[in-house]
Design a protein around this ligand. Structure first.
Ligand code: URA
Length: 252
C-alpha cells in the first residue's frame, strides 16, 4: 500500500478500537495451528500453588522503600502487560499523606505520562477530593495494576494475582491512616471478597497488608470512570467523600 493511502487504514483501526500495537508484525489469526500436545505430569498429590500474594519470594516483599519498590517493579518480568505499556505507572501525589487511594489500572493518559489518575477519571476524582478540601499534595494515589491493559480492557485474574504483592507492599510502606478503594477490582482484590462494589461501598472495613502490619481503616467507593458513565451515582460518591472527611478530621 502506498504511504499516502495509510491514513484511512489508521482511521479505521482507531474506529475499531485498535489503539496499541502489540507486535511489530501483523498476526494472521485465521491460520489453523496444530493443536498443542499436552503430556500429563505425574504427581503424587495435587497441591494448590501458593497464590503470588502469599508467596514469600515475590520481589515486592524485600523492598524497604518506595524507591526500591519502583525499581523492583521496573525489573519485574511476571506480568506481560509491561510489554505493551509505554510506562510503569507507580503512583501520584504525596506518599506522606494520611489518605491513600487505590484504583484499578492506568488508562491511555496515565500510560503516556507515567502518573496515576491524570486522565478524565482523574479530573473527576480531583473534583471529589476538592469538595472535601483535598488535592494531590494531600493524598497519595496508586493502582492494583501498574501497567495499562491494552485497549483499557479489565485486568485478568492472573494479572491481578501477579501484581497484588506490589500494591500490598506499596500500602504497607506508605502506611496511610485511611485507605480508599476505587471501584470493584480494587475493593475485591484488597478486601479478598467476591462481593460487588454496590454492596461494599460506603462501609468502613479493616485492611491489613500483611499479618504483622498495622490495620488501616478502609472504605470502598465507586470508580470515577463508572461515574463518568453513570452520573446518577455521583451522589453516593459525594456521600462517601463526606464520610472520609469526617474520619480524616477525627484521626488528626
Ligand atoms: N483508572 C484507574 O483505575 N487508574 C488510573 O490511574 C486511571 C484510570
Amino acid at each position: 500500500m502506498k504511504s499516502d493511502n495509510l491514513f484511512p487504514l489508521l482511521q479505521w483501526y482507531h474506529e475499531m478500537g485498535v489503539d496499541v500495537a502489540i507486535c511489530d508484525e501483523p498476526q494472521n489469526r485465521f491460520i489453523v495451528k496444530e493443536p498443542i500436545k499436552i503430556t500429563p505430569v505425574k504427581t503424587e498429590t495435587t497441591a494448590m500453588a501458593p497464590s503470588p500474594s502469599s508467596s514469600a519470594n515475590h520481589p515486592a516483599y524485600s523492598c524497604q522503600s518506595l524507591e526500591e519498590l519502583r525499581q523492583a517493579m521496573m525489573s519485574f518480568t511476571g506480568c506481560a502487560l509491561k510489554e505493551t505499556a509505554m510506562n510503569l505507572v507507580f503512583a501520584d501525589g504525596n506518599p506522606k499523606a494520611d489518605l491513600m487511594l487505590v484504583g484499578e489500572a492506568p488508562g491511555a493518559d496515565e500510560d503516556r505520562q507515567g502518573l496515576a489518575f491524570v486522565g478524565q477519571s482523574g479530573q473527576l476524582l480531583d473534583k471529589v477530593l476538592g469538595s472535601i478540601g483535598l488535592d494531590r499534595t494531600k493524598v497519595y494515589i496508586s493502582n492494583i495494576i501498574p501497567w495499562r491493559p491494552p485497549g483499557n480492557r479489565p485486568p485478568t485474574t492472573a494479572e491481578v494475582a501477579a501484581c497484588q504483592p506490589f500494591i500490598e507492599r506499596h500500602i504497607e510502606l506508605v502506611n496511610p491512616k485511611i485507605l480508599v478503594l476505587l471501584g470493584g477490582v480494587a475493593a475485591k482484590t484488597l478486601l479478598g471478597t467476591a462481593e460487588g462494589i454496590v454492596k461494599l461501598r460506603g462501609k468502613w472495613q479493616s485492611y491489613q497488608p500483611t499479618p504483622t502490619s498495622p490495620v488501616i481503616k478502609t472504605i470502598a467507593t465507586f470508580h470515577p470512570a463508572y461515574l463518568l458513565r453513570s452520573p446518577g451515582q455521583k451522589a453516593m460518591v459525594w456521600r462517601d467523600a463526606l464520610t472520609i472527611e469526617k474520619e480524616l478530621s477525627s484521626s488528626r
